[in-house]
Ligand binder design. Structure first.
Ligand SMILES: *Cc1c(COP(=O)(O)O)cnc(C)c1O
Length: 398
């Protein structure tokens, strides 16, 4: 576990990526968070309390499901890691439970978060209610309009949803505001970041909390087949569901790993969120990583049909894994993701999130090359939240 590539170094870098690019006030807060986390990681009682909440509150372990009809249709043996069956409907809760326990350990009374589609906001509001924290969620006013259902869910859970009107009024701007809140209220506030991104130690910490998916999937596949799958596939927004699945397999060099980004309306259109496929090195939200930016270094406006992938940055560990060639990064466009969404509904009776549909779509696109192989897809969340978006694409009012 201590190979240099698989853990950040002392300054929080994964190779040239990661680190801490933050205001002075946050440096000591991040130092404190790092030591709080490293102590908790080694503390058996913390780990057993965490495991208890994952089991009884979230419903883990999630099944590894052989998708029989999809497999037959594609000629590929498709196994779905069912994160859609987690409480609140996605993998997000794996990390928010862990971080809520850290907030409690540090005697904070207030938690804050940023959210795009509202999934991370809902997961944070959920643990805030469960553990009795005040909760404030920053959300771009554009996203508040697009995701009214999740906004109301957060309010029902007792959270305050704060509209962010700056910039593109989406996730990137919400995260900027959340960091600003944290600078001001760092004494009594814990910032629950939603992906394996942001300044050190967040990329390492969120990844560690999300590794439970890969650890389970590895054991489940081994139990059933006495060997490892041939290919792992996961969608990549900030990168937390992908790194959580991939990390326990990194040393298994025979296992091919593919991260699928949002190609939006196509790379050539400029309307996409394919950071690793089409971006370059830059600094955003406290860490260095691949980034979508223009020639002047301005962060680009992004687009994806799935709000959870609509982010111009990506977690730093993925940038290193790309450079090393250990993980391949590809993208599929909005249409392909929609087709995969429909196909999985019709053949499996499972409604995947539009984010997860990108991972499925990559397998559909590459089925002939993958013929006969065992492909394990991270079904990062359920698609109920996306029904309105899909209906709109169909020209249907609901
Ligand atoms: C938030 C979200 C994602 C994207 O975030 P990652 O950090 O890249 O995993 C993917 N799928 C679902 C269902 C999500 O809610």
């Amino acid at each position: 576990m201590n190979e240099p590539y698989f853990q950040p170094n002392e300054s929080g870098h994964f190779g040239p990526y990661g680190g801490r690019f933050v205001a002075e006030t946050l440096t000591s807060a991040l130092d404190q968070l790092e030591s709080l986390y490293l102590q908790a990681r080694e503390d058996e009682s913390f780990q057993s309390v965490l495991a208890g909440h994952l089991k009884d509150f979230s419903g883990r372990p999630t099944p590894l499901y052989y998708a029989e009809r999809l497999s037959e249709h594609l000629g590929v043996r498709v196994h779905l890691k069912r994160e859609d069956l987690n409480h609140t409907g996605a993998h997000k809760l794996n990390s928010t439970i862990g971080q809520a326990l850290l907030a409690r350990r540090a005697n904070k009374r207030r938690v804050i978060a940023e959210t795009g589609a509202g999934q991370h906001g809902v997961a944070t509001a959920t643990v805030a209610a469960r553990f009795g924290f005040d909760c404030c969620v920053y959300m771009g006013s554009e996203d508040i309009e697009r995701q009214s259902l999740n906004v109301y869910r957060m309010r029902l859970l007792g959270a305050e949803v704060v509209p962010v009107d700056s910039g593109s009024r989406t996730l990137k701007d919400a995260m900027t505001e959340a960091l600003r809140d944290w600078v001001t209220n760092v004494d009594d506030t814990y910032y629950i970041i939603g992906s394996a991104a942001g300044p050190h130690p967040y990329p390492m910490m969120v990844r560690d909390f999300q590794r439970v998916m890969g650890v389970e999937a590895r054991a489940q596949f081994m139990d059933a087949h006495a060997r490892l799958p041939d290919v792992l596939v996961a969608c990549v927004g900030g990168g937390s569901n992908a790194i959580g699945l991939f990390h326990p397999f990194i040393e298994d060099t025979a296992v091919r790993m593919v991260g699928v980004e949002a190609g939006g309306e196509g790379i050539a259109s400029g309307r996409h969120s394919a950071t690793l496929v089409a971006g370059r090195e830059g600094v955003l939200h406290g860490s260095k990583s691949y980034l979508l930016s223009d020639a002047d270094g301005q962060v680009s406006a992004t687009h994806s049909i799935s709000a959870g992938l609509d982010y111009p940055g990506v977690g730093p560990e993925h940038s290193l894994l790309k450079d090393l060639g250990r993980v391949e990064y590809a993208c599929v466009n909005d249409e392909q993701a929609l087709d995969a969404f429909r196909l999985t509904n019709r053949l499996e009776g499972i409604m995947p999130a539009l984010e997860s549909s990108h991972a499925i779509a990559w397998v559909v696109e590459n089925a002939s090359e993958l013929r006969g192989l065992d492909v394990l897809i991270n079904l990062s969340g359920r698609g109920d939240k996306d029904v309105q978006t899909v209906a709109k694409c169909d020209g249907v009012e609901i």
